[in-house]
Design a protein around this ligand. Structure first.
Ligand SMILES: Nc1ncnc2c1ncn2[C@@H]1O[C@H](COP(=O)(O)OP(=O)(O)OP(=O)(O)O)[C@@H](O)[C@H]1O
Ligand SMILES: [Mg+2]
Length: 223
């Protein structure tokens, strides 16, 4: 059995609310194996974004622990992986508006310590893989929603993370564009051997993952 690229054990998380602590995660464990795809569905407010942020090290759990297998670093906390352990794709793209598509992608590599020349080469290659070779010098405002999400996908993969976390990546897109972006994402992670954790409201997209879960009552259960 291969070592998981992402492993979470016993995660709990509560937020303060006027009515007292809101227990969002109540003991979530998950192990993601190299190259596999996992989907997570759940009603609005069930804690999907909270879970993904903790898995990626953007937030910390109250208890429990997460490890990622980062290239060259071994199994570490997500925050120690400097963008190399997980890639993130968000519903609203989160591109830097004043940077071109190429610069958005290359910046993520620069932050991880890659040289300028190598960062640009990787950005060109990945933008080609997501079908945007002709749009590298466009600012996000001059790109469609689907194109912005493809740039975000290239950015998420530029440091070759072993796992991609995608939080409703097609939530802002029309049906046809959503299908195109989802097919592209599954194709690219498949060709790179990247594992995928996909949060989606779409039953159809969720079913394309090799393992499916539902988050409800703070607990993750097989769908
Ligand atoms: N920083 C925070 N402070 C207080 N409460 C929060 C915070 N972040 C999230 N919550 C609450 O935690 C719960 C889970 O939020 P979360 O965003 O994880 O849900 P979600 O499953 O991603 O929902 P959606 O499908 O609408 O995106 C919600 O009730 C939300 O209001
Ligand atoms: Mg959410």
């Amino acid at each position: 059995m291969p070592e998981p690229v992402l492993s979470a054990r016993g995660l709990t998380k509560a937020f303060a609310s006027p009515a007292g602590p809101l227990a969002v995660l109540q003991g979530v464990s998950l192990a993601v194996l190299p190259g596999e795809s996992v989907s997570i569905r759940g009603s609005s407010g069930s804690g999907k974004t909270t879970l993904l942020q903790i898995l990626g090290g953007l937030d910390l759990p109250d208890s429990g622990e997460v490890t990622v297998l980062a290239p060259g670093l071994g199994a570490v906390r997500p925050r120690a992986a400097l963008g190399r352990g997980v890639g993130f794709v968000f519903q609203n793209y989160q591109l830097m508006p004043e940077l071109t598509a190429l610069e958005n992608v290359a910046l993520a590599a620069r932050i991880a310590g890659v040289s300028v020349a190598e960062a640009q080469a990787r950005a060109h290659e990945l933008l080609g893989q997501v079908g945007l070779a002709a749009r590298t010098d466009h600012l996000p405002a001059k790109l469609s929603g689907g194109e912005c999400q493809r740039v975000a996908l290239a950015r998420a993969l530029v440091n070759r993370p072993p796992v991609l976390l995608a939080d409703e990546p097609t939530g802002n897109l029309d049906e046809r564009t959503a299908e195109e972006v989802m097919a592209l994402m599954l194709g690219v992670v498949g060709s790179l051997g990247t594992a995928l954790v996909l949060v989606t409201h779409s039953r159809e997209f969720a079913e394309r993952a090799s393992r499916r879960f539902v988050l409800s009552g703070g607990v993750l259960s097989p769908a």
